[in-house]
Design a protein around this ligand. Structure first.
Ligand code: ADP
Ligand code: ZN
Length: 736
């Protein structure tokens, strides 16, 4: 027999190897193997078996890695689809579907020496006091790690070895699993009684039918998670497993606990495996194997959990399906939401995409009948949606001289009330640091990053100027750095969260203010600690970036302030309006989740922008309709698919020349894609990043699979200089 193998070194093709007699029957599709290649030995994955090969003098596989074939044929097929659709080499896609720690040649289990008492029938031999103490401990526990036993019995390994010699116990190496959540106690929870809307949605999901992708559009607090939980219970009853994808930032202990609690006891009891980027390699290895061995039938995780080897798979949930963090920003540039739909189709599983603010793409698919739309229009228990007030900041700015004000009088007043009533406030601004630019009003000097085409952000507490693209970091100057100027009156403008925090401390000196952004989260458990303090009421006002915008549920929050709603409107991206709408609705959804009605203040300099006005009325359908019209006119998604080609390098002339050359080749070779629109090349919105100049070409078409195939071919034959890099991003979410 012959095995076809994709090697982990990037070569862009497969190689045939002989399966030696001693490995006969142990090599299947998906088995990982070590093979000779040139003068080396490399790892690879078997992608097919064949009777014969067209090549002569084949070398033989050296050995197999791991006992169970690690990539199931289904996941292998999925990885092929990713390589084809997202236009990347097969080995790059393959590398992504298996976590690094699982791919290692050595098994990654952590082994410990365990001690077990041997059942005794006859008479006990004479024992020393120390030996007795050891056996007494073992009477109460069937097996114990050696170290723990020594600690409890206050003795040495020698005592235990002696007992082993007498045949009273055994010592053996056993695997001990790492459990990232070992220190948590989880109280079991039972199903809630669904309300009418939830019942209807669940019934649709469980009904046997042809349509298997559901878009669950439910306002914030409408009980989507309860629907997920009961759909999962149904899958388990049928002997199938489920994957729950959540954006990395909402993968809080709070979320994980909710799932674990439901399935921690009762007839459907199963392990819930968790996969996210903060696990250690070892923890990830153990979680993965729990899934592969079928012990954990529910997986909850961020983007890459879509590849979890759950088999058979009954259900994939994609919560907050509109989130951009589902898109991987390096090759393979896949979107986990879309991969989920493809995977479910291949494995005959059901997909539920859930969101309070569905993406234009998913809602369009629902309108076209490709997905089935399910709606939850009411908050659970008919809690009211918060009242949203849009504050015209032009007004405030006119009245208050001397720079842009941080708070309008209305928001100030509302915060004062909340502090008096001992209720809590969340303030949102998606920009960290104190000020976003430093200028000299005398000579016009602006502090810019030497590596990127952006200005440096001023961090006041640290007294540094930092680039938020490349992390360039210098001390903040006290006078204008221009030697001819040296003006001491440097001006800072453009506010960030640090500035908001400092204004709050001045305004409310007695209140407890806490900032939460990546600058204040230094240690692993800071996030959890701050949320804990907020929950227990220690914090009056929480200021933060997008990490506080999503999924948090705090009943005592009755006020939400959005400091500068225009921020996301002005980015050079056709999705700016959509992004703003989503952000406003999501942030507003943090208010009024308890018994007191919530209130939201949206501060804006363009208060009449449709994205802001539709968000004010919680009107998704209205927003969707007008946004779709705009997309239709410009042939943007969801009415087309985009392939974004970025060409970058340190030499701007070479980059621009290469971009022109690429465009000409594209025009020559893509003639049979009739609906193709080609724009560019032009400098990217972020024209320079980490010392690289960047040019873009944007392609739009309704036939993306066909275009992807063409682009893959074209890329192989495109002769670009060695120091110029070309990337292809299919269905990009970041156009910068
Ligand atoms: P969403 O995910 O739509 O934002 P959640 O599922 O978090 O909403 O539900 C909000 C709150 O309502 C949660 O505390 C949840 O336990 C509770 N809840 C959900 N469904 C019901 C129900 N049918 N009856 C009572 N409480 C419910
Ligand atoms: Zn930079």
């Amino acid at each position: 027999m012959i095995a076809r193998v994709t090697l982990e070194i990037a070569l862009g093709k497969e190689f045939d190897y002989l399966i030696p007699a001693e490995l006969e029957g142990r090599v299947e599709v998906g088995t990982r193997v070590k093979v000779p290649f040139a003068n080396r030995q490399v790892l690879g994955c078997v992608t097919a078996l064949a009777e014969a090969s067209e090549h002569a003098n084949l070398k033989a596989i050296i050995k197999t890695i791991g006992t169970q074939s690690q990539i199931t044929p289904k996941i292998l097929e999925l990885s092929r689809w990713i390589a084809d659709y997202y236009c990347c080499p097969a080995e790059v896609a393959l590398r992504t579907v298996l976590p690094e720690s699982v791919r290692k040649e050595k098994q990654g289990w952590r082994e410990h020496l365990y001690v077990r008492a041997t059942p005794q029938t006859g008479e006990m031999p004479k024992l020393t006091a120390k030996q007795k103490a050891v056996l007494d401990i073992l009477l109460t526990r069937p097996a114990l790690p050696l170290q723990e036993l020594l600690h409890s019995a206050k003795t040495t390994a020698q005592t235990v070895r002696k007992l082993e010699d007498k045949g009273l116990l055994t010592i053996a190496a056993e695997i001990s699993e790492r459990d990232p959540y070992a220190n948590e106690t989880i109280l079991p929870s039972t199903s809630l009684v669904l309300n009418e809307e939830q019942t209807k949605a669940l019934a649709e999901i469980l009904a046997p039918q042809n349509n298997k992708v559901f878009l669950l559009h439910g306002v914030t607090g409408s009980g989507k998670t309860e629907v997920y939980l009961q759909a999962i219970a149904h899958a388990l009853k049928q002997g199938k497993g489920a994957i729950v994808l959540v954006p990395e930032i909402s993968l809080t202990p709070q979320t994980v606990e909710r799932f674990k609690a439901r399935f921690s006891s009762g007839p459907l009891q199963t392990l819930v495996a968790v996969l996210h980027s903060h696990l250690s390699g070892g923890e990830r290895h153990d979680e993965w194997h729990k899934i592969r061995q079928g012990r954990a039938r529910i997986v909850i995780g961020a983007r890459s959990a879509v590849f979890a080897p759950v088999d058979p798979l009954g259900l994939i949930i994609v919560d907050e399906e509109h989130e951009y963090s589902y898109k991987q920003e390096e090759a393979p540039r896949y979107n986990a939401r879309d991969v989920a739909v493809v995977r479910a189709q291949k494995e005959n599983a059901v997909v539920v995409l859930g969101s309070a603010t569905p993406s234009m793409e998913s809602f369009y698919n629902a309108q076209k009948g490709k997905y089935k739309l399910l709606e939850l229009r009411q908050r659970v228990d008919h809690k009211k949606m918060p009242i949203v007030r849009v504050v015209d900041m032009r007004h405030t700015a006119r009245k208050e001289k001397g720079g842009t004000p941080v708070f309008s009088p209305e928001l100030k007043e509302a915060m004062t009330q909340r502090i008096e009533r001992k209720e809590q406030t969340i303030l949102f601004l998606n920009r960290r640091g104190f000020a976003t630019s430093m200028q000299c009003p005398l000579c016009g000097y602006v502090a810019e990053c030497p590596n990127c085409s952006v200005s440096l952000t001023y961090h006041r507490k640290a007294q540094r100027l930092r680039c938020h693209i490349c992390a360039h970091d210098v001390p903040a100057p006290l006078v204008c750095p221009d030697p001819k100027c040296k003006n001491p009156a440097i001006r800072y403008s453009g506010l960030g969260t640090e500035r908001v925090e400092s204004s709050l401390n001045t305004l409310f000196p007695k209140a407890c203010i806490q900032r939460m952004d990546s600058d204040t989260l230094k240690r692993k458990d800071d996030f959890r600690r701050i949320l804990g303090d907020f929950r227990s009421g220690k914090i009056d006002i929480l200021v933060g970036t997008q990490m506080i915008a999503k999924g948090l549920h705090f009943p005592n929050v009755t006020l939400v302030g959005i400091i500068y709603a225009d921020l996301s409107l002005h980015i050079p991206d056709f999705r700016a309006g959509e992004r703003t709408f989503q952000l406003l609705v999501q942030v507003a959804g943090r208010a009024g989740r308890g018994d007191v009605e919530g209130e939201v203040f949206v501060q804006s300099f363009t208060p009449f922008h449709p994205a802001i006005q539709y968000a004010r009325r919680h009107d998704f359908a209205g927003f969707y309709e007008q946004e779709l019209e705009f997309r239709r006119q410009l042939k943007y998604p969801p009415l087309s698919h985009i392939a974004l080609i970025t060409i970058k390098g340190r030499n701007e002339e070479k980059v621009s020349f290469s971009a022109e050359h690429t465009k000409r080749e594209l025009e020559k070779q893509l003639t049979d894609i009739r609906d193709l629109t080609l724009a560019g090349p032009a400098p990217a919105p972020l024209a320079r990043s980490e010392t690289h100049y960047r040019y873009q070409i944007m392609l739009r078409t309704g036939q993306m699979s066909k275009l992807s195939r063409k682009l893959a071919e074209l890329r192989l034959n495109l002769a670009l200089p060695d120091d110029v890099l070309l990337t292809v991003d299919i269905d990009p979410v970041d156009l910068m």
